[in-house]
Design a protein around this ligand. Structure first.
Ligand code: EPU
Length: 337
């Protein structure tokens, strides 16, 4: 085990925030992960699990052992006439897995192309985009219990998936480390093109026949046109979740703001946080090294040397302005550390 001291985490979080880890280690297997957790326990220091670092905002140095999960592997574990069950190591890069699935004609995750982060982090917040969520293709996962150091299995019900939610963000927060995820993928694709932008992009590209690759390419094109590439501008994707408000509140707001977009769901009406933030005139605003992205105001950015604390303060101001103007609370999707 190669435990390093005082390591900068700048390269390990997509926001590119330069905070340090007191101790840092890479775990390439479950055995290495257990060793690292045991070491931290013996030293009486906290341990912090890191995947692709694409959904965190570092606001301080981490007085902990930061364990970066690099457990690899993409293995078909079961198969029938219609489906394949593919077990994927938590450390596999999500988009690489999507590309592998397309190369092999495994269908179901093509709409989730180009999402940053690792496979192990994907069930934590039930990643989703363009009409598909991880829960739609999820079979089960294996996670290490941080107390007992035993591997346990969770099915979809036990994960309690919701919009950008799972049990691992609530009751079981900090209690398990996801080591692998098994996905149930289709042999014959069922294309999801109901999201308007996908259809427009396919048409603009002159695509006549749908394929996994065509959908993936369209999603990549849309994402690249709206979302900043973390390699160029630090960011964490959507910083806030889209709020759901009551139908009554939505109708009252629509009287005042006739252009307000809204998508009815079982709890009321979902309103795009991007629209609310844009109305509060934050879109494209830059404050020194940090700011609000000019093409998608749901994304906060670090232009290079931004500080996590500053981004947190900007987020608080945005939340307050949306609350003042629309009486709607918006909540971060990103985890503050
Ligand atoms: N909008 C604006 N101004 C803008 C951009 C968008 O008003 O500058 C409004 C428009 O009404 C637009 C609506 O927001 O129709 C929705 O925009 P978009 O399609 O870009 O999606 P989103 O709701 O802002 C969500 C996810 C994204 C995901 C897209 C596509 C959340 C928090 N975000 O964004 O996920 O890629 O849908 O499915 O649900 C992520 O989680 O990191 C992420 C990027």
């Amino acid at each position: 085990m190669n435990i390093q001291e005082n390591i900068s985490l700048k390269a390990y979080n997509t926001f590119g925030i330069a905070k340090n880890a007191r101790f840092f280690v890479i775990a390439k297997s479950i055995t290495e992960l257990k060793d690292a957790l045991s070491w931290a326990k013996d030293q009486k220091i906290n341990s912090l699990i890191l995947g692709g670092g694409s959904n965190i905002l570092l606001t301080q140095d981490q007085d902990a052992l930061v364990i970066k999960i690099e457990i690899e592997g993409i293995v078909i574990v079961q198969e029938d006439e219609d489906f394949l069950w593919v077990e994927v190591g938590a450390g596999v890069n999500w988009h690489q897995f999507v590309l592998t699935s397309i190369d092999n004609n495994w269908a179901g995750i093509e709409n989730l192309s180009l999402i940053p982060g690792t496979v192990g982090a994907s069930p934590m917040q039930n990643i989703g985009a363009y009409g598909v969520e991880i829960k739609d293709v999820f079979a089960r996962l294996k996670a290490l219990n941080r107390d007992s150091l035993k591997l346990e299995e969770f099915d979809a019900d036990q994960c309690q998936f919701g919009y950008r939610e799972s049990v691992f963000k609530h009751e079981l927060k900090g209690k398990y480390v996801i080591c692998s995820v098994t996905f149930k993928l289709k042999k014959v694709p069922e294309f999801h093109t109901e999201y308007g932008a996908i259809q427009e992009t396919l048409q603009a590209s002159g695509i006549k026949e749908l394929s996994l690759r065509a959908i993936s390419d369209a999603v990549i094109k849309i994402r690249q046109s709206k979302l900043p590439d973390p390699k160029e501008i630090g960011n964490s994707g959507s910083f806030f979740k889209n709020p759901t408000i009551s139908t009554q509140q939505f109708e009252a707001l629509r009287d005042k703001y006739p252009t307000i977009p809204g998508y009815p769901n079982e709890d009321g009406v979902k309103v795009p946080a991007a629209w609310l933030i844009e109305q509060c005139e934050w879109k494209g605003k830059r404050f020194g090294e940090i700011g609000v992205h000019s093409k998608q105001p749901l994304v906060l950015v670090n232009y290079g040397n931004g500080d996590g604390e500053e981004i947190k303060n900007l987020a608080l101001k945005i939340q307050q302005s949306v609350l003042d103007k629309f009486q709607i609370e918006i909540h971060p999707e990103v985890n503050f550390l």
